[in-house]
Design a protein around this ligand. Structure first.
Ligand SMILES: *Cc1c(COP(=O)(O)O)cnc(C)c1O
Length: 406
């Protein structure tokens, strides 16, 4: 395949102010102009390559944006101070009072809460639909619908959105398909499949060191410029600006993204296969038993695998909590939300990351109490990890002891 995201990233080359192999960090909030006329033109958005004020843009943020546009294959990208900063800016930019959104019902808890609760203030309504049911999606679209919103691999149920079909549907209705690709960088390239706007929480895999929050909107030049318009751009006016120092450090971490994604996927696949063999209810898109397996296979970039996220249903919330506490004690990872860290992170989504979703709706979408979400780490010896996790499960009577120890 030509024009691969990983090659596009590899080909980026920087020459810092003094010839450094990393670009210099722009340590300024404001920028001087040689003439008052140029300053006026910059305000009007008529000068390229001129910096005005860091909330608008900064060289460091533009470098990171460039790398993310290369990752997703979009014309350009705007970085933001968090994933929610990207999501809320896109929604506020596209919707006016009285408008409507069609969204997948299995999305990040914060996004769900924003659409369901916060947007009420602006009389923007959202229909939450099963994203795998294309007919239901189409039926939910009204003349006021301003976007179809979904996650490529959904949080936390790992449902797969058929991005190609959804983008055809969106185009037919003249609205953009907005895809949150946080769970599957490199594995899925939504823009190449027809999505108009691709969002990431950089906080997760892309940064990968769990030391900051950040986000990005990848899209057309026209949309990204509109977001930073000084008169009416949601990105510019809501003020979710990423700090330049942080942008520089995220850019450096991105250089190992391809290696990390392969390892996260390899390790998660190994654990998912082996725990499924043990008879546990495992959800992992790489398993043949996963509903979206064939779908994802048909459009993913196979060299990066099926991703680092999996869930195991251990039967009850009590068992889930006990297992997570024990695994943490055995140094197998952290009982923590978030994902994409070098250590495995586990949490019970029903009572944490998806607690914004009312219990009844959780049940309806198949989010049960005993679910443990794993963001599998970069463990060097994953067989050892498997054996240690299995021992924890035996101790808690989630699995029966093995008769012959391998
Ligand atoms: C974490 C996350 C977000 C929100 O990102 P922040 O950086 O925490 O604001 C949005 N979508 C998904 C899928 C996420 O996992």
């Amino acid at each position: 395949m030509e024009n691969k995201a990983s090659d596009n990233l590899q080909d980026l080359q920087y020459f810092g102010e003094y010839g450094g192999v990393n670009p210099s960090i722009s340590d300024s909030s404001t920028y001087t102009f040689l003439s008052a006329k140029t300053m006026f033109d910059t305000f009007e958005g008529n000068t390229e390559g001129c910096y005005l004020y860091t909330r608008h843009s900064s060289p460091s943020n533009l470098y990171l944006g460039e790398a993310l546009a290369a990752l997703e294959g979009t014309e350009t990208a705007n970085v933001t101070a968090s994933g929610m900063g990207a999501i809320t800016a896109v929604i506020m930019q596209l919707c006016n009072a009285g408008d409507h959104i069609v969204s997948s019902r299995t999305i990040y808890g914060g996004t769900y809460a924003f659409m369901k609760n916060f947007l009420k203030k602006f009389n923007v309504k959202t229909s939450f639909v099963d994203i795998t049911n294309i007919k239901a999606i189409e039926e939910a679209i009204t003349p006021n619908t301003k976007m179809i919103y979904c996650e490529s691999v959904s949080n936390p149920l790992l449902e797969i959105a058929d991005i190609k079909t959804l983008s055809v549907l969106a185009k037919k209705h003249g609205i953009p398909l907005v895809v949150d690709n946080t769970f599957s960088p490199l594995t899925v390239s939504p823009a190449k499949l027809g999505a108009e706007i691709v969002i990431h929480s950089l906080t997760k895999f892309i940064n990968g060191t769990s030391d900051c929050v950040a986000g990005v909107v990848c899209g057309t030049k026209e949309f990204c410029l509109a977001l930073k318009d000084v008169h009416d751009g949601a990105g510019m006016l809501l003020g979710s600006t990423l700090d330049s120092l942080r942008a520089a450090s995220i850019l450096k971490n991105m250089r190992t993204l391809h290696i990390r994604m392969k390892k996260h996927s390899e390790n998660a696949h190994y654990l998912a296969e082996n725990f499924e063999k043990e008879g546990l209810k495992v959800v992992y898109p790489g398993l043949k038993s996963h509903k979206g397996h064939e779908k994802l296979k048909s459009f993913m970039n196979p060299e990066f695998g099926f991703g680092g996220l999996m869930t195991i249903n251990v039967g009850s919330l009590d068992k889930a909590n006990a297992l997570m506490e024990l695994m943490q004690k055995k140094k197998l990872g952290y009982l923590a939300v978030s994902l994409g860290f070098y250590k495995t992170l586990f949490s019970a989504p029903g009572t944490s990351t998806s607690s914004e979703i009312p219990l009844e709706e959780q049940k309806e979408m198949g989010l049960s109490d005993g679910l443990v979400r794993f963001s599998v780490g970069l463990d060097n010896d994953i067989h050892r990890t498997f054996r240690m996790m299995r021992a924890c499960m035996e101790e808690l009577h989630i699995l029966n002891p093995k008769t012959s120890m391998v």
